[in-house]
Design a protein around this ligand. Structure first.
Ligand SMILES: [Zn+2]
Length: 126
């Protein structure tokens, strides 16, 4: 899963995101039907108190995530990565104005196109 996240960050040029500071976490046994994944931030007060850099955790719900197609997995992770603000300091972006199915689908198409291109030129991202 972290490989897919790296691939998305590099493939879409999300260069404000340091993949080493993005943690992928799998959860099991959630009761909620609606939630497939979540993006968690480490608030600044914790960064200062613990003297650590900003980190983001992308949590996926195993039972839901594993049964998705690769395309839907990527779209879900694109969605979660869009919650990370450009400042990368510990905040989170809301859905309004930043995330929609349309934006996610467009970015997914762009990702696929960029990967086709990189294959043609023999460039490997990871
Ligand atoms: Zn969301």
């Amino acid at each position: 899963m972290h490989l897919i996240v790296r691939e998305i960050i590099e493939g879409l040029g999300f260069d404000y995101i340091n993949p080493d500071q993005v943690i992928c976490f799998r959860s099991e046994g959630t009761k909620s039907d609606a939630v497939h994944a979540r993006c968690w931030s480490l608030p600044r007060i914790w960064q200062q108190a613990l003297q650590v850099k900003p980190h983001y955790t992308l949590e996926v719900i195993s039972e839901k995530f594993d049964s998705l197609s690769m395309a839907d997995k990527k779209k879900l992770l694109i969605h979660e990565l869009l919650h990370i603000p450009k400042s990368f300091k510990g905040g989170l972006r809301p859905h309004k104005g930043y995330i929609s199915q349309k934006i996610v689908n467009e970015l997914y198409r762009k990702l696929e196109m960029n990967q086709e291109k990189s294959k043609e030129f023999g460039i490997r991202f990871f």
